[in-house]
Ligand binder design. Structure first.
Ligand code: ZN
Length: 265
């Protein structure tokens, strides 16, 4: 055996090293398979691997995935979201839907908002279905139409959970996705837990008539979510979260309302 061959012999990794390398690649493959399986269960596989948009680890199905029509007109810009409002769909109870049916439901909401109500686009920024899929609604860079008035919608991200939570409980996977979405949005935009509100609280805070939205089941969950973190961060935005509106604020706000009126109560 020449010198060169002896050196090559030395460089060859020992059995333990080879075993560790094998285990590493098995773990990588296992992890990839598990990720694919998770996506498949959510009905997001395989095409969403390249068409979904991530938001702090949350997969957001893009507008194209529910066949969104282009907005009628471009809504005003929303440069700095400061609060988040939760809604339920209301009406009849909603069962777990497959991806195609859920997409059709969101499309129908857009048609209702644009066709019947004459708004610029679907009013909500995000929709969470009962399987926990998160769907993109109105682009986050645009002011939504979900809270009840121009001032209530300003800087306000609208999140809709499919269901009627006066008639049914929110689904566990839906709540888990909602929690992850809210956390990701709060991290991204620097929004305090206390600035995540129910639709009813926002309406009352802005001096509007109360609403049953987002239903008892979701309102109770939201209370617990709000208590889960930082205590009393300053409320930002023009309307107090709950209680009587500050009359000085209400009077000083513009009363323009096209495309920014009530969505559902
Ligand atoms: Zn609502």
């Amino acid at each position: 055996m020449g010198d060169r061959e002896r050196r090559r012999e030395k460089r060859r990794p020992p059995a333990v090293g080879r075993l560790l390398a094998l285990l590493f690649w098995l773990a990588v493959l296992g992890w990839a398979g598990w990720q694919l399986q998770l996506r498949r269960e959510r009905g997001e596989w395989p095409w969403t691997l390249w068409s979904s948009r991530g938001l702090g680890g949350v997969v957001v199905l893009p507008r194209s995935s529910w066949g969104a029509a282009a907005g009628r007109e471009t809504p005003p810009r929303m440069d700095r979201p400061r609060r988040i409002t939760l809604h339920h769909l209301g009406g009849r109870a909603v069962e777990e839907l497959d991806r195609v049916e859920a997409g059709r439901t969101i499309k129908a909401i857009q048609q209702d908002h644009v066709g019947r109500r004459g708004w610029d686009d679907i009013g909500y920024h995000y929709v969470v279905d009962r399987s926990g899929r998160v769907w993109e609604g109105r682009p986050i860079t645009r002011v939504g139409a979900h809270a009840g008035s121009a001032e209530a919608n300003e800087g306000n991200i609208g999140v809709l959970l499919l269901g009627n939570f006066d008639l049914q409980a929110p689904a566990p996977r839906q709540l888990e996705s909602a929690r992850r979405l809210l956390d990701a949005l709060r991290r991204k935009h620097g929004i305090a837990r206390s600035s995540v509100s129910s639709h009813d609280d926002v309406r009352r805070g802005c001096g509007l008539a109360p609403t049953s939205c987002p239903g008892k089941g979701l309102a109770e969950w939201l209370e617990r979510y709000r208590e889960g973190g930082e205590s009393s961060a300053m409320l930002e935005g023009p309307c107090p979260v709950s209680g009587a509106p500050d009359p000085r604020l209400v009077q000083s706000l513009p009363s323009k309302s096209r495309g920014l009126a009530e969505v559902r109560s």
